[in-house]
Write a protein that binds this ligand. Structure first.
Ligand code: URA
Length: 212
C-alpha cells in the first residue's frame, strides 16, 4: 500500500486549529474543507488525464484534461460529508457516490446503512473521504466493497490516521494485492481504549455538525 503523510506547514497549522477543543463547528467545517483541498492536491497526483487539442488566442496546442470515465468521489457518511465540498471544488466534474457506515461503539465493527453509488465502477479511480482512520474497520469494509463493485484504484483521503488503523488497512490491502493509496494529514500516536485517535480531534462527525 502506498502511504503519503502530508508534510506541509499550512496543513500543520490548519490541523492544529482543527484539533483544538475550543474550535467551534463553523470554523471546524471551514478548516476541514481547506485541509481536504490541500490533501486532494496530493491524492490526485495520479488522476488519469487524456491529451486534447485546443486553440489558444495565439496558436493551436495540445493539453491535458481529466480522462473519462470521470473519477468517483465517495464520502463515508456522516463525517466524510464534511470533506465533500473541498474535494468537489478541486474536481468539479467528479461523480459522487455515498456510503453510509456506522461503527458499533462496543464491538467497533463497521456496518453499512446507506449505499448510493454509480451503477458501474469498473475501471474507475475512486477517492474515499473519511476524516478519521481509527481502527480501520470502516475504511477496510468500504474499500473491499468498492473493489468488489469493480473499482480499479482507490485513494483514501483521511485527515488523521492512527498507527493501528494504518497497519490494519495495510495488512488487508497487501494480502489481497489491492491498488490502494492512503493520503493523510497526520499519523497520530495511538488509539485509546474507546477507539478514539490520540491526540486526535474527538468525534469528527460531532465536531462538524455540532452534536456535542
Ligand atoms: N472517529 C472519530 O470521529 N474520531 C476518532 O478519534 C476515531 C473515530
Amino acid at each position: 500500500m502506498k502511504i503519503h503523510v502530508a508534510d506541509h506547514p499550512l496543513i500543520s497549522h490548519k490541523l492544529t486549529v482543527l484539533r483544538d477543543k475550543n474550535t467551534k463547528s463553523p470554523t471546524f467545517r471551514q478548516l476541514t474543507e481547506e485541509l481536504v483541498m490541500l490533501l486532494a492536491y496530493e491524492a490526485t497526483r495520479d488522476v488519469k488525464t487524456t491529451s486534447v487539442e485546443i486553440v489558444t488566442p495565439v496558436s493551436p496546442t495540445r493539453g491535458e484534461v481529466l480522462a473519462k470515465p470521470r473519477p468517483v468521489v465517495v464520502p463515508i457518511l456522516r463525517a466524510g460529508l464534511g470533506m465533500l465540498e473541498g474535494m468537489t471544488r478541486l474536481i468539479p466534474t467528479a461523480e459522487v457516490g455515498f456510503l453510509g457506515m456506522v461503527r458499533d461503539d462496543v464491538t467497533l465493527q463497521a456496518s453499512t446503512y446507506a449505499n448510493r453509488l454509480p451503477e458501474n465502477l469498473t475501471g474507475r479511480q475512486v477517492y474515499i473521504l473519511d476524516p478519521m482512520l481509527a481502527t480501520g474497520g470502516t475504511l477496510i469494509a468500504a474499500i473491499e466493497y468498492l473493489m468488489e463493485r469493480g473499482a480499479h484504484e482507490i485513494t483514501a483521503i483521511c485527515i488523521l490516521s492512527s498507527p493501528e488503523g494504518v497497519a490494519a488497512l495495510e495488512k488487508v490491502v497487501d494480502a489481497k494485492g489491492l491498488n490502494v493509496t492512503l493520503v493523510t494529514g497526520a499519523l497520530d500516536e495511538k488509539l485509546n481504549e474507546k477507539g478514539y485517535i490520540v491526540p486526535g480531534l474527538g468525534d469528527a462527525g460531532d465536531r462538524l455538525y455540532g452534536v456535542v
